[in-house]
Design a protein around this ligand. Structure first.
Ligand code: NAP
Length: 257
């Protein structure tokens, strides 16, 4: 599913309605494999008893559109979310950022330092670290100053420096490590602002999407996006404020930075 406009669905997450009957969520990267599965799954659970009042899905093809190469698009989208919350009396309780880049016209992941390329490095950092950092700048202020709220950034296990035994994929690994540090740093600031807030990085496992498709090896456990989305929502459901600043996998296990 590739939503062309922001969608509006219920969400099975206590980050939302358990804290406020008008609790809402924003999903950024809603046009990707994982992001679309998140939105589709949440849509399927729509209903009056759902714990979230609304989900606003943003992508490069939504209205307003998110483009990480254009900070003004992020401000416009955040202003739109704020206006939606104000006019519909919603409270933003959950932010999920499911965007990411590994391969494309800008280049392929490196097998050796001899393949390092400035253009690819700039793009992979733009999408995986700088874009999400600017999302923090424009969207985290929309989260409430009281009560449980969650900001979740989809990262990757290969961004773990402590877990790096295989090498390769210099740019992707480094950009996700940068994202993890941004998440940790934002978590500290968010806790000062709201002691019940939670800000985490998530590893979804190897998921059957366009991002992983050229690299899915025989024998590697590649899971459907629907399963990964379901697992990540379950992890988010169980998070406590003490978990903030963590890198967690889809089973809820803490990974080393
Ligand atoms: N698939 C895996 O096996 C795997 C493993 C570990 C981690 N991850 C992570 O999981 C997340 C979701 O990836 P996926 O597997 O769903 O990949 P995907 O299907 O390729 O989706 C990529 C997403 O990134 C967004 N994006 C790409 N370039 C962008 C740009 N310049 N500006 C704004 N957004 C941009 C896309 O935006 P649109 O919404 O506009 O299309 C899309 O939502 C990523 O963070 C990825 O690194 C995936």
């Amino acid at each position: 599913m590739k939503p062309s406009t922001p969608s509006d669905v219920s969400l099975p997450n206590p980050a939302c309605k358990a804290q406020s009957p008008n609790g809402a969520a924003v999903v950024i990267g809603a046009g990707g494999g994982l992001g679309a599965a998140l939105v589709a799954q949440l849509s399927g659970m729509a209903g009056e008893t759902g714990p979230c009042a609304a989900v606003l899905a943003l992508s490069r093809s939504s209205l307003p559109a998110i483009d990480y190469g254009d900070e003004a698009s992020l401000k416009t989208a955040a202003d739109w979310v704020a206006a939606q919350c104000a006019s519909r009396q919603l409270e933003l309780r959950l932010l999920v950022v499911a965007s990411g880049f590994l391969h494309g016209p800008q280049g392929q992941p490196e097998r050796s330092f001899s393949q390092l390329d400035a253009g690819y490095l700039q793009h992979v950092f733009q999408v995986n670290a700088i874009g999400p950092a600017l999302v923090m700048k424009h969207f985290l202020p929309l989260l409430p100053k009281q009560g449980r709220c969650v900001a979740a950034f989809v990262s990757a296990r290969v961004g773990s420096i402590g877990d790096n035994a295989l090498g390769g994929w210099y740019g992707y690994r480094a950009s996700k490590a940068a994202l993890n540090q941004l998440v940790k740093t934002a978590s500290v600031e968010m806790t000062r602002r709201n002691r019940a807030s939670i800000c985490v990085a998530l590893h979804p496992g190897t998921v059957d999407t366009a991002l992983s498709q050229p690299f899915a090896k025989t024998g590697l456990k590649v899971r459907p996006a629907e399963e990964a989305a379901s697992d990540l929502l379950a992890v988010l459901n169980n998070l406590k404020p003490g978990d903030t600043g963590s890198l967690l996998d889809y089973k809820g296990l803490t990974l080393p930075f």
